[in-house]
Design a protein around this ligand. Structure first.
Ligand code: UFG
Length: 343
């Protein structure tokens, strides 16, 4: 029987590359598309090495509709697409709103439009818990109201969710799922793929691993005076391999027609809230090292606390986060060591 093929746009990126691996390992054909604007071809090579499959790669900008059609849609027989290709830095989006709106909205609308025009039914969209803003109650379920976005980046996530909902509702046979990720961390256990931040990392775990590797002098913990048990922010840190597997479960649901409605939303998190200081100490313990850190002032725009109620994903996707946080933090460090050539 012919294998089902999945387009992974942004498949050279952090979450996209891990998802490509899990899709191949689950028996799907995969085609990766990426413009390499914020990613490296080495990630595609990593996917091929891990899976032993020569996964096809197409260098294309999803904002270029004609190129998408000729290089991708005319050549590959995929019925499903997972759209990761997007700019993702919250602060940068405040500085460059037009670039964010143009890139994140145009690329997704092009993919959607071509999927519809060529009769390909299934679409997953990478959304984010950022759509909940500062929640009034924890943990957040999918019914927790969205709050007005506080950055253009967050706004593009909300807008793309709505664009997906409206498009599949208006297009016979089309189905869409938005996965709202909590905080993805870690790397593939092979240490062949992982996160590749450019410049100074904005996110916590890459900053931690670069500090441990000696690239950064000291981690700043942004605030210890929040109304939380230890005063630092709380997040739901999810292993990137677990997160990748949620995509496989969601794609399977659409292929098998098990979706309850044309558009669905799932929270993808562990259900555990972990503070910044707890995470720092877990990293130290799991890897047997000391991290140079100091308490700094609050970072503008940070929410106090958020963690997921993943019940819907657990029950309906048959998926749950399985990897232990210590293993995840060891994998993050193993990846950093691999990158820096540290023994
Ligand atoms: N933090 C530090 N020091 C650092 C970096 C981060 O203390 O050097 C803290 C932050 O203040 C925050 C926590 O670590 O409390 C996590 O910060 P990240 O930047 O890793 O993640 P965020 O929760 O801010 O952002 C993530 C994604 C966004 C997404 C958002 C949704 O990176 O894409 O979750 O809440 F929009």
């Amino acid at each position: 029987m012919k294998k089902h093929c999945v387009l992974v746009s942004g498949g050279a990126g952090y979450i996209g590359s891990h998802t490509a691996v899990e899709l191949v390992e689950a028996g799907y054909d995969v085609v990766i598309a990426d413009n390499l604007s914020n990613s490296e071809i080495t990630a595609v090579e990593g996917v091929r090495r891990i899976t032993g499959v020569e996964v096809p790669f197409v260098e294309v900008d999803c904002c270029d509709r004609e190129a998408l059609r000729t290089k991708l849609f005319d050549r590959y027989a995929f019925d499903s697409a997972i759209h990761f290709a997007a700019f993702k830095a919250v602060n940068e989006s405040v500085q460059k709103p037009l670039e964010y709106y143009r890139n994140n909205l145009t690329s997704f609308m092009n993919i959607l439009d071509l999927m519809r025009a060529t009769g390909r039914p299934n679409i997953l969209f990478s959304s984010s818990c950022t759509v909940y803003g500062e929640p009034d109650r924890q943990p957040v379920t999918e019914e927790t109201p969205r709050k007005p976005a506080t950055s253009p980046y967050g706004n593009t996530k909300q807008m793309c969710e709505d664009i997906l909902r409206d498009t599949v509702n208006a297009s016979e046979g089309m189905k869409g799922i938005a996965l709202r990720y909590f905080n993805p961390i870690g790397a593939h256990p092979s240490a062949l793929i992982g996160e590749l931040p450019r410049g100074v990392p904005q996110n916590l775990v890459p900053y931690i691993t670069q500090t441990a590797a000696g690239l950064r002098e000291c981690l700043s913990v942004f605030g210890d005076d929040y109304p939380t048990p230890d005063g630092s922010n709380i997040r739901d840190y999810i292993d990137v391999v677990d997160l990748a597997r949620a995509h496989v479960a969601a794609i399977r649901r659409l292929i098998e027609g098990k979706n309850r409605s044309a558009y669905e939303i799932f929270n993808i998190g562990t259900g555990n809230g972990v503070s910044v200081l707890e995470l720092v100490h877990r990293f130290e313990q799991a890897n047997g090292l000391k991290l140079n850190y100091r308490i700094a002032g609050r970072r503008a725009g940070d929410i106090i606390a958020i963690w997921a109620d993943p019940t819907r994903a657990n029950e309906e996707l048959g998926w749950r986060a399985e990897r232990d946080l210590d293993d995840t933090l060891r994998a993050a460090w193993a990846w950093e060591k691999h990158l820096r050539g540290i023994e």
